[in-house]
Design a protein around this ligand. Structure first.
Ligand SMILES: Cc1cc2nc3c(=O)[nH]c(=O)nc-3n(C[C@H](O)[C@H](O)[C@H](O)COP(=O)(O)OP(=O)(O)OC[C@H]3O[C@@H](n4cnc5c(N)ncnc54)[C@H](O)[C@@H]3O)c2cc1C
Length: 410
């Protein structure tokens, strides 16, 4: 497999040639509801966003279908699997989250010789198993191996063309992950997403006795980057390298990942058991996340934090999209004026942290490119980074700095 430097050509799209981790074993259930040609709502994509939307539709008794191109829920794995426990718990899931991950309260941010320690409730998910638990209640409506080919809206309906026929629906929820073309075709944005590209894997045989999460900012990339080690146990971790992609960087991601991994004492003698990789849209939300009969959520909508942390946003946005779609179907009220409330509500729930994180990331990226990141990182008190990224602190100040900086010659 060639190393990847292009968002569209990700290792996650291809099967790993290494033995798969255990979570894959139980993942052989292939729900296959016959594809209805008419439903009230079609959910496109069965990741965290689509599954939360589907759950909300089910709870409200709406007739819906979920389609996904993949053959197994949760795989291939394109994720570092790290979340904040309190964020996911705040979504009110009906199963015990602790069965699907490991809590850690020790984190270290490393930049060269500089180490910043902080303590938050980071939680390392077993994402394939977690997604199967999310999917459980909606399995009868879930159709795998079914690829979206096109979406067309008319005043009366939305037509979802798939590899297995066309579904006519009253609404559709777009939760198919990163997509650079469809949002523009549907008039939801005029911009392309900026992408972080990332590669790594699950490792066994690590030496991580105190379960400390580690995030390194690396020199020499000429762009914002991060190398992560997120432990599941003292001997297992999710490890990866991501960087903000821009034309002409010429980075060989897989080779760089292997080079950096080889320098980590905690990975000495460890081996990769499952390959992980993919692209993450990190430039913020689409200009509009609704049309007359469509709602966009998750990565598709650009609901991703500044460093590519998208699981919580996907779940929160997906849940809201399902709730709003159910209300619209029950009242028979569609159109932009009826669906605008979706955007108002997600902005109120997590729009602030998204904005603050992106401003922070832009500033850090400029500092990396200008060679002054060390000074900036030194200045930032350790807990402030997570407070900005996850709680949206200093939003106004950062926004102002972010707007002023491009005027300086960097
Ligand atoms: C390498 C990497 C590491 C990451 N690490 C973290 C992390 O540690 N923490 C975190 O919070 N986030 C992380 N993220 C981001 C996180 O994985 C995403 O933000 C999250 O998965 C978004 O969920 P989603 O449901 O919107 O999209 P996805 O999880 O991408 O789900 C979309 C679904 O749509 C399906 N689909 C796509 N195209 C079609 C089609 N044409 N037809 C039908 N179905 C289709 C896909 O098969 C997929 O199942 C990482 C991402 C990557 C790539």
């Amino acid at each position: 497999m060639p190393p990847t430097d292009t968002p569209g050509d990700t290792p996650a799209d291809k099967p790993a040639d290494k033995p798969a981790d255990k979570p894959a074993d139980k993942n052989d259930a292939k729900p296959g509801a016959p594809l209805a040609d008419r439903v009230d709502v079609v959910v496109i994509g069965a990741g965290p966003a689509g599954l939360m939307a589907a759950r909300a539709l089910r709870e409200r008794g709406v007739d819906f279908a979920v389609i996904d191109k993949k053959s197994c829920i949760g795989l291939p794995l394109a994720c570092g699997e790290g979340v904040l426990l309190h964020e996911i718990e705040g979504l009110g899931l009906d199963f015990d989250l602790h069965e699907y991950g490991t809590l850690s309260r020790r984190q270290v941010f490393v930049y060269g010789a500089l180490q910043k320690r902080f303590s938050i409730d980071t939680f390392e998910l077993n994402r394939p198993a977690f997604e199967r638990a999310l999917a459980e209640p909606v399995l009868p409506q879930l159709r795998l191996d079914t690829r979206l080919l096109d979406v067309t809206e008319t005043p009366e309906a939305v037509f979802v063309k798939t590899s297995d026929g066309t579904i006519r629906a009253r609404m559709a929820i777009l939760a198919k992950g990163p997509d650079d073309k469809l949002p523009r075709k549907l008039g939801m944005t005029s911009r392309r997403h900026e992408m972080v590209v990332a590669y790594g894997g699950r490792y066994e045989g690590c030496d991580l006795p105190d379960l400390t999460w580690r995030i390194d900012l690396l020199d020499g990339f000429g762009t914002l980057n991060y190398f992560w080690i997120f432990p599941y146990t003292a001997t297992k971790a999710n490890v990866g390298l991501g960087y903000l992609n821009r034309p002409g960087l010429g980075i060989n991601l897989r080779r760089e990942f292997e080079r950096v991994a080889a320098t980590q004492p905690s990975l000495r003698g460890a081996r990769m058991t499952l390959e992980v990789g993919g692209s993450i849209p990190v430039s913020g939300a689409l200009d509009r996340t609704f049309t007359d009969r469509l709602l966009a959520c998750g990565d598709f909508a650009g609901h991703v934090g500044a460093l590519g942390d998208g699981i919580y946003y996907a779940m929160a946005g997906g849940k809201l999209a399902g709730e709003i779609a159910a209300g619209a179907v029950k009242r028979g009220e569609f159109g932009r004026d009826a669906l605008r409330v979706y955007e108002t509500r997600w902005r109120a729930q997590f729009g602030g942290p998204l904005k603050a994180g992106i401003a922070f990331r832009n500033i850090l990226d400029r500092a990396v490119r200008a060679g002054v990141a060390l000074a900036l990182v030194r200045l930032i008190p350790a807990p402030l980074g997570p407070a900005i990224l996850f709680d949206g602190k200093l939003r106004r100040t950062l926004g102002l700095v972010d707007r002023l900086l491009p005027r300086l010659p960097v």
